[in-house]
Each structure stands twice: as C-alpha cells, then as structure tokens.
Design a protein around this ligand. Structure first.
Ligand SMILES: [Zn+2]
Length: 168
C-alpha cells in the first residue's frame, strides 16, 4: 500500500518511513491536486483535513489526533499495516528504498568511528544518504514497541533525522 500524506503531517511521514512504509509527503496545499494524484496512482491519502473525507472513490484515512505518535498508531491499526513494518528499509528524508552497500563503498563517506564499528550499511538511491544501524536502532525499536503497546513515551526522542542515522 502506498500512502500520500498531506502537508500538515510532516512528523508522521518521517515516522512511517522509519517503519519502512511507503509514504510520500504531499507538500502543496492544493487539495484538488492531491485528490487527482491519489485517484490516478491509487494512493491512500492520510490527512487531518475532514473536508477531503467525503470524496467518493478515493481511499482515505482521516486522522483523529494531532499527536504524531497517535497518528502512527491509527495508521497501523486502521490500514492493517502492522505486518508491513520493516525498520530501516526506507530513507527518512526522501522515501527512497534503501539498498545494502558494501563497507568499502562507504569508506570516507561516513565518520571514521562509524566505519570502524559498523559492518552493515545501506544507501538511498534517491538522495545518496548512507544509513547504518547504530545504537539508536535499539532505542528506536523500544520506542516503536512502546508506541504499539500504547505506553506513554511522549518524552522520548523523535525520529527527526537529527540523531545520526543518516549521513551524506
Ligand atoms: Zn533518500
């Protein structure tokens, strides 16, 4: 299932990509263009805009909450995507599907310390960012477990891309 998320939900988009879900970010405010895209490419719209929800023929999920974590939970629950989760399969920045690359391929392109310590690297074919599984992956897995378990983890770190996952 390919999702198209409206411009109001930027944090949700990053979360969905962390989970490996195909989530395009629609940055424009033109709802007609959004509906047209969704119809022609059979995308499921994820939106906070209740005025969109009455459009016939378009697959759509209307988000109930303004809180990104709750939005993620609703998307997973109501679209039945729990089984589709694949951590670090997708670029958080551009939604590209990450491809495994050899360690030699990233020499000089990641911090030396990281190169020394990590064995598995992935690269985004879209924007060229390199990803690796650092210690934060464990943290992220816990956050996701909390999220799916419904615990309150609102104080924890968010996947905003500033934690060192990605490196150009
Ligand atoms: Zn990318």
């Amino acid at each position: 299932m390919k999702l198209i998320v409206d411009f109001m939900c930027g944090k949700l988009v990053r979360w969905l990509r962390v989970l490996g879900l195909d989530a395009e970010y629609f940055r424009e405010t033109d709802t007609r263009a959004l509906l047209k895209r969704a119809l022609s490419e059979e995308l499921t719209i994820v939106t906070r805009n209740s005025r969109l929800s009455s459009t016939p023929g378009v697959s759509m999920l209307l988000l109930k909450s303004e809180i990104p974590e709750e939005q993620v939970k609703q998307v997973l629950d109501e679209l039945g995507l729990l089984g589709s989760i694949a951590l670090f399969a997708r670029c958080i920045v551009c939604n590209g599907e990450l491809k495994a690359v050899s360690k030699e391929d990233v020499r000089g392109r990641v911090p030396f310390y990281t190169f020394q310590r990590q064995e598995r690297f992935k690269k985004c074919p879209g924007c060229g960012r390199i990803y690796w599984e650092g210690t934060h992956v464990e943290h992220m897995k816990r956050r996701i477990a909390e999220l799916l378990g419904g615990e309150d983890g609102a104080q924890a770190e968010r996947p905003d891309g500033s934690h060192g996952t990605a490196h150009r």
